[in-house]
Design a binder for this molecule. Structure first.
Ligand SMILES: Nc1ncnc2c1ncn2[C@@H]1O[C@H](COP(=O)(O)OP(=O)(O)OP(=O)(O)O)[C@@H](O)[C@H]1O
Length: 869
């Protein structure tokens, strides 16, 4: 077996191949992840691609070759063909050689290469720069280089019209003369035009050869030239330098001003402007929340100024009566701001704003956290829902109440398939306990599930769980903290979507509770009500095997042995379509009939037949029928969504849907930067091109009435969680006003500012990107994982590729309420010889078999009730 790994073998191979210049190669894998292969010596001959490094060299060396793995390469000749076929199908895959030992052998500590020809081909293709790169000049007006002989007179040089022409001025010229109807960016221009050096003119490209246009790099310290470069990277078809400096018919005197007015550059006073724009909406509560968000996420420098400018607008609604003193109003405002800051382990004492007077509020000496828990509103509907519980819900409800009454602690797990009424039951439990004066901490593993619970927040935020939790981790609160007092006083903890969290998360909370409560009982003797569905998506283990994923689940923890399982079986969501609900249960349990390779048949009533790319439009139209008239109708958007497994497909669907929406499009560009990049190693267009699922796009295009999804936990207490769906209402330059679409805070207006977001290590880059952008993405379509926990009446499931992990298909299909309102489009969903449409269903039966299903017969339950009553 030939393999090139670290160490001497690799070094020898390098010597053998005489590798000199590194040439990076860009590789995009089928699953949408992309990474970069760099240097020939990093090339593995063991059916593996070596982990890349120095990816920024990709830009420096102007190489942008898509490498596609081709397992059908059978010979060197064949490989040669592939290399020369074209940039989109260049293949470098050595393992499939049946006779690879003929190619290169490692004998007696030395690489032997019987076919020298192979290495010639190999080296040639690794070092050539294809597609070719056209370097584009960039200069300020009349500041370009001119070549002349020493014998030439300066007057003649200046008088020569040819010397005034450059690639840039001629690019302007083409558009000024209206010779081109397509609006190309400067960097796209060489794809369609060739530069004739003699005549110094652009001419239409005749040969369909692939080229890349790239502007020379400009350091930010060069000022105007740098801003000109930013403008040229974004503005299409400019006619002149003046044209680039003109925004909305106003011509500015500098490129910097112009870039600022195009929204391509951040202004120094953007936060002040953001608050000023928000003030115009006259929504004091939303303004307070915006101010807090700015304190938490935007690291403002002039906080006192911000406070002074906005104080009256933020406290407008408090001063409803003349009897209320100014001091009281200020203290109340500070208290409200402090409350939100505390959720993020911050306080007003850390900011340059006035502090709360010592004699304000809290006369009862109750910790503010406890006070806040006691003030969570109890809805009459939730209280009334206790009488609506079905028998299994009722049994669970009373078992939990009994445990709380006995004060002996205990861990319960409410297990039920999607739609079996777990959230309904949690709300009933929360309402009853809070009504009886108990404190119950409502938490969830995901932000979106937390917004469905009154007073809910994410478990990470509530218990201050470290972001990178490990075996042996503790939560970040101690015995003298306010959190300790809150835990002492709480009667129970509710934790929804527990199967989504890693077992170490529960163990950290358990350890911390035992520590602060001085008790060896699980969770320090508190009643913990966990809930969720093991048929749904398990904890994410990056590149994890099936065993690792199962082991990461709560059932892999010693805590699981103490759990009392309470099962809900009846699907209350699809109560009107029993056949659908039975199908879902079989699907989730992995009991649906399996054809080859985990394929199951999707009921025909749900299928949209695949008839080519236009079928995607059919799917979109079936979910978003009459989309044009529905623009600002919240109910419409709350009830509908397209689901698909991968982020790339989500983006494609969202782009298509945005086009269908009527109204003007507004585009917000992000401001991207890398800390300590003094040498300008990372050009702006490279940073702008980075796309990661946890970051908003560089170019965020929106229309009024566009549904969007929040990407950060801005303020879970007001429903602003990672995953919350919102409807865009108004756009200003520095804020977006939106309405919350789902959960307990549905219908509330909120302001979203631009915040700096860091890439959360989700792409393989040796630097940390900071992207300042509105923390949202379009949400006509969302990933299946993001949809977990939401009821979506009209679901459109798009499967261009099959699902890839446990429970995904089940989560997607169980969002809907009936087969009639669930539409599925599968690409390649055919099995020869079997009519119908098929797709993959991944179920880890080993995981489900560890969850002991308790079936409580109605007989037993009725017996239980007769005892209770
Ligand atoms: N006892 C009940 N009476 C009436 N409606 C109910 C009852 N239980 C649940 N429902 C309704 O059924 C639907 C699904 O319930 P719920 O959202 O609580 O399910 P779930 O188990 O939390 O689902 P998922 O796991 O997908 O989040 C909701 O619309 C809910 O109002």
């Amino acid at each position: 077996m030939v393999s090139v790994k670290k160490g001497t073998q690799k070094t020898l191979l390098r010597q053998h191949c005489k590798v000199q210049t590194p040439t990076p190669i860009y590789k995009r894998r089928n699953n949408g992840q992309s990474f970069i292969l760099h240097r020939a010596e990093n090339f593995a001959i063991d059916n593996r691609w070596v982990v890349p490094y120095n990816p920024w060299l990709l830009l420096k060396y102007d190489c942008h070759i898509n490498v596609e793995i081709c397992s059908s390469i059978k010979s060197i000749k064949y490989l040669y063909k592939y290399i020369h076929k074209g940039p989109d199908s260049v293949a470098f895959q050595i393992q499939p050689f049946s006779d690879h030992n003929e190619v290169v052998q490692y004998v007696n500590g030395r690489w032997i290469c019987p076919h020298e020809a192979f290495w010639k081909i190999f080296k040639f293709s690794m070092y050539k720069t294809y597609p070719s790169v056209i370097r584009l000049q960039i200069h300020l007006p009349n500041k370009h280089q001119v070549h002349f002989r020493t014998t030439d007179s300066v007057d003649n040089v200046l008088a020569n019209e040819r010397n005034s022409r450059t690639m840039l001025t001629e690019y302007f010229h083409i558009y000024a003369m209206e010779q081109e109807r397509h609006k190309y960016l400067y960097t796209d221009f060489p794809k369609h035009y060739t530069w004739n050096l003699t005549s110094k003119r652009w001419a239409i490209r005749r040969r369909r050869q692939k080229v890349i246009g790239r502007m020379y790099s400009v350091h930010p310290s060069e000022g105007e030239r740098f801003y000109l470069r930013i403008l040229l990277s974004h503005i299409r078809a400019p006619k002149s330098f003046e044209h680039l400096m003109t925004v909305n018919n106003i011509t500015y005197s500098t490129f910097k001003e112009s870039a600022e007015h195009y929204g391509l550059l951040e202004r120094d006073n953007s936060l002040q402007n953001c608050m000023r724009e928000a003030r115009e909406f006259q929504l004091p509560q939303a303004l307070r929340n915006l101010f807090t968000t700015i304190l938490l996420f935007c690291t403002p420098t002039e906080v006192r100024q911000l406070w002074n400018d906005n104080y009256s607008a933020m406290s407008e609604d408090y001063a409803s009566s003349t009897l209320i003193s100014d001091v009281y109003v200020m203290n109340k405002l500070l208290h409200d701001i402090d409350y939100t800051l505390q959720q993020h382990s911050k306080s007003i004492a850390q900011f340059d704003i006035p502090q709360i007077s010592s004699n304000f509020g809290n006369v009862s000496n109750i910790s503010s956290l406890i006070e806040d828990e006691l003030s969570v509103p109890i809805s009459d509907t939730a209280l009334a829902s206790v009488s609506l519980l079905n028998p299994a819900q009722c049994y669970a409800f009373h078992s939990i109440m009994e445990a709380i009454r006995q004060r002996n602690g205990g861990i319960f797990f409410i297990d039920g398939p999607g739609g079996s009424g777990k959230t309904f039951l949690y709300n009933a439990i929360l309402a009853r306990l809070r009504h009886d004066g108990h404190i119950v901490l409502a938490t969830a593993s995901s932000g979106i599930a937390a917004t469905l619970l009154p007073g809910g927040t994410t478990a990470h935020l509530r218990f201050k769980i470290p972001i990178h939790v490990e075996a042996g981790s503790f939560c970040k609160f101690g015995k003298l903290s306010e959190m300790h007092k809150l835990i002492q006083h709480c009667s129970a903890i509710l934790w929804d979507e527990a199967p989504m969290s890693h077992k170490h998360v529960f163990e950290a909370v358990d350890r911390s509770f035992q520590d602060v409560l001085n008790s060896a009982q699980p969770f320090g003797g508190k009643v913990v009500i966990m809930g969720g569905d093991f048929r749904q998506v398990p904890p994410v283990v990056v590149n994890g095997t099936k065993f690792q994923i199962i082991n990461a689940s709560i059932i892999g923890s010693p805590l699981w042995s103490t759990v009392q399982l309470l099962s809900l079986t009846e699907n209350m969501r699809a109560v009107g379509d029993q056949q659908f609900s039975k199908f879902l249960l079989r699907l989730g349990n992995g009991e649906e009939y399996i054809y080859d390779d985990d394929m199951i048949q999707i009921p025909t009533s749900m299928i949209i037949p695949w008839e080519g790319e236009h079928s995607v439009n059919v799917l979109i139209n079936s979910v978003f029928s009459d989309i044009k008239s529905a623009a600002t109708n919240c109910e419409y958007w709350e009830e509908r969504a397209l689901l698909t497994p991968l982020n790339d497909d989500v983006s494609l669907l969202n782009e298509k849907c945005l086009k269908l929406l009527s109204g003007d499009e507004i585009t917000y560009y992000s401001f991207d930067s890398v800390d300590d990049d003094g040498c300008n190693l990372y050009p702006q267009e490279f940073l702008n091109s980075i796309s990661a699922c946890t970051l908003p796009p560089h170019k965020l295009s929106l229309k009024k009435g566009t549904p969007v999804m929040l990407l950060r936990n801005l303020n879970p207490r007001i429903g602003l969680c990672n995953g919350s769906r919102l409807l865009c209402r108004h756009f200003s330059r520095n804020i977006i006003e939106a309405e919350i679409l789902t959960g307990q805070h549905k219908g509330k207006s909120v302001f979203l500012p631009r915040i700096p977001l860091k890439n959360a290590g989700d792409f393989n880059m040796p630097f940390e990107l900071t992207r300042k952008q509105f923390p949202i993405r379009l949400s006509f379509a969302i990933t299946i994982n993001k949809s977990q926990g939401q009821t979506i009446r009209q679901v459109g499931l798009y499967l261009p590729s099959p699902v890839f992990t446990h429970g995904q298909l089940y989560v997607a299909l169980s969002r809907g309420v009936s087969a009639k309102n669930t539409k599925v489009l599968v690409r390649d969903g055919f099995i020869p010889g079997h009519p119908g449409t098929y797709t993959k269903n991944v179920v880890f039966k080993e995981l489900l078999s560890k969850v002991t299903v308790q079936v409580h017969s109605l007989f037993l339950i009725s017996n239980f009730f007769s005892k209770c009553l």
